[in-house]
Design a binder for this molecule. Structure first.
Ligand code: SAH
Length: 396
C-alpha cells in the first residue's frame, strides 16, 4: 500500500461517524479506492467527499475502527500521544502511584480512543489484548512505547491476543512475552492481595472492572454468610472476608479457578476464615442446595454476546436470579451483575423485576453498579458500557 486507501460511505451512513461513533459497519460502505488489506489504515469519506475519520480496516461486520476523526499521520508520535493520554487518566485517578492498588486497566479500547486494544497493568506487567489485526501488528511497537512511558513501573509485557483476534484473521496467533518475563504476579487491590496468572487465567487474568463493586461487597459483609457464585479466583470472597463475614462459599465450575480462590483467601487471611470452595455448576447448586445466605454475589459470564441470543440470555439471568433470591435470608442482600454488552441497563432491571416477582418476595434496590473510571466509555459509543449491576435487598 503506498497512498492511504479510501473508503466511501453510502449516502446517510455518515451520521454516526460525525457524532464520533468509532465504528464503520461493512453495510455502510459504498465503494473503495486503492488497495488495502486487513490491519491497514484507511481513510473514510462520505459520498460528498468529506473526510470523516481514519482507522484500521478489518474484514467483518465492523469494517473500520476509527483512530482519529482528524486527518493526520498515524505514526510513532500519534501512538505516543494516545498512550500518554491513557496513562495521564490513570495518574489522575491515583492508580499509578497507589500503595493500595497496583492493578488497573491502562488502555480501554474505544474509551481511550484506541479501538481494538486493551492493556491491563499487573504490578509491573502489562498484559495486552488485541481485538483487531491493525492493533496486533503493532504489538512490538506498543511494548516499547509502554516501556518508554511507564519507565521503572514496567518490567514485562505479555501479549494475550490469540483468543481475542477475529476468528478469520490471517495472522499467526501466539501468546507470549514481548518484553521481559514474569510468569505470574501478586497484585494488590485496595490493600488486598491476589495471585494473578495471565497465561492460564480468563481475560487478562483478573476481573479488574469489579474493583469498586468488590469494595462495596466488603462494606455489606459484616457477620454475613456469603455465597460467591461464579467466583473465579475469589475476588468478591476475599473482600467479603475483609469486611468481617461469618463464612464464605466460593463457587465456580472451573477447578483451576476454585483452587486459586482458595489460594487467594489463604494469602490474605491464612486459615482464619471459614471458607469453602465448590467446583460446580451454579444452577445445579442453587436448585439442589438448601443452605441460606445473607449476602449472595451473582457474577456470571456474559450469557449473550449477540442480540440474536438476547431473549434466551434474559431467561437464563431470570432463572439464576430467582434461584439466588430464594437462597437469601430475609434482610439479606444480592449483588447481581451482567457483563453482556447487548443487555441494556433497562433490560437488566426488568429482568431483576421479573426474577423478584417470580419469588413472591419483597425486594428493593439499594444501589446500582457500573464499571470504574479506568474503564472509560465514550459517550458516543454506548456499547462500551457493558458492566451493570444491582444491589438488591430481600426484605421478607
Ligand atoms: N466474579 C469474578 C469473575 C467471574 S467470571 C471476579 O470478580 O473475579 C465468570 C466465572 O463463571 C468464570 O470463572 C467461569 O469459570 C464461571 N462459570 C461459567 N459458567 C458457570 C456455571 N454454569 N456455573 C458456575 N460457574 C461458571
Amino acid at each position: 500500500m503506498t497512498e492511504t486507501a479510501h473508503i466511501i460511505l453510502k449516502s446517510g451512513k455518515d451520521q454516526s461517524l460525525m457524532r464520533y461513533h468509532p465504528w464503520v459497519f461493512s453495510g455502510a460502505i459504498k465503494k473503495t479506492k486503492g488497495s488495502f488489506e486487513e490491519g491497514d489504515v484507511v481513510k473514510v469519506y462520505n459520498n460528498k467527499d468529506q473526510f470523516l475519520g481514519l482507522g484500521h480496516y478489518q474484514p467483518g461486520t465492523i469494517a473500520v475502527r476509527i483512530l482519529s476523526f482528524v486527518d493526520r499521520p498515524v505514526d510513532q508520535s500519534f501512538w505516543k500521544e494516545k498512550f500518554r493520554q491513557a496513562v495521564d487518566l490513570r495518574d489522575k485517578l491515583g492508580l499509578t502511584d497507589s500503595r493500595q492498588t497496583n492493578v488497573y486497566r491502562l488502555i480501554n479500547a474505544e474509551g481511550d480512543g484506541l479501538p481494538g486494544l486493551v492493556v491491563d497493568y499487573y504490578n509491573g506487567t502489562a498484559v495486552m489484548q488485541a481485538h483487531s489485526v491493525g492493533m496486533y501488528l503493532l504489538r512490538e511497537t506498543f511494548a516499547e512505547l509502554l516501556r518508554e512511558i511507564m519507565g521503572r513501573r514496567l518490567q514485562s509485557v505479555y501479549n494475550k491476543s490469540a483468543a481475542t483476534l477475529p476468528h478469520k484473521a490471517d495472522v499467526e496467533r501466539q501468546d507470549g512475552y514481548l518484553l521481559g518475563v514474569s510468569p505470574e504476579q501478586t497484585v494488590k487491590e485496595n490493600g488486598l492481595s491476589f495471585r494473578v496468572n495471565w497465561s492460564e487465567g480468563q481475560k487478562t487474568g483478573f476481573y479488574i472492572d469489579q474493583r469498586e463493586n468488590r469494595r462495596l461487597v466488603q462494606s455489606y459483609a459484616r457477620d454475613a454468610d456469603v455465597l460467591n457464585l461464579f467466583g473465579y479466583t475469589g475476588g468478591f470472597s476475599v473482600y467479603a472476608a475483609a469486611g468481617g463475614s461469618r463464612s464464605v462459599v466460593s463457587l465456580d465450575s472451573s477447578r483451576l479457578a476454585s483452587e486459586m480462590a482458595e489460594e487467594n483467601m489463604k494469602l490474605n487471611f491464612g486459615d482464619k476464615i471459614a471458607h469453602e470452595v465448590i467446583s460446580r455448576d451454579a444452577f445445579d447448586y442453587l436448585r439442589e442446595g438448601q443452605r441460606q445466605f445473607d449476602l449472595v454475589v451473582v457474577d456470571p459470564p456474559a450469557f449473550a454476546k449477540h442480540y440474536n441470543v438476547l431473549p434466551n440470555a434474559i431467561q437464563g439471568y431470570k432463572k439464576l436470579n430467582r434461584l439466588a433470591i430464594e437462597k437469601t435470608r430475609p434482610g439479606g442482600v444480592i449483588f447481581t451483575f451482567s457483563c453482556s454488552q447487548v443487555m441494556s441497563r433497562e433490560n437488566f432491571r426488568k429482568m431483576a423485576f421479573t426474577a423478584s416477582a417470580n419469588t413472591g418476595r419483597q425486594v428493593r434496590i439499594l444501589g446500582q453498579m457500573s464499571q470504574p473510571p479506568d474503564h472509560p466509555v465514550s459517550i458516543y459509543h454506548p456499547e462500551g458500557e457493558y458492566l451493570k449491576g444491582l444491589v438488591l435487598q430481600v426484605l421478607d
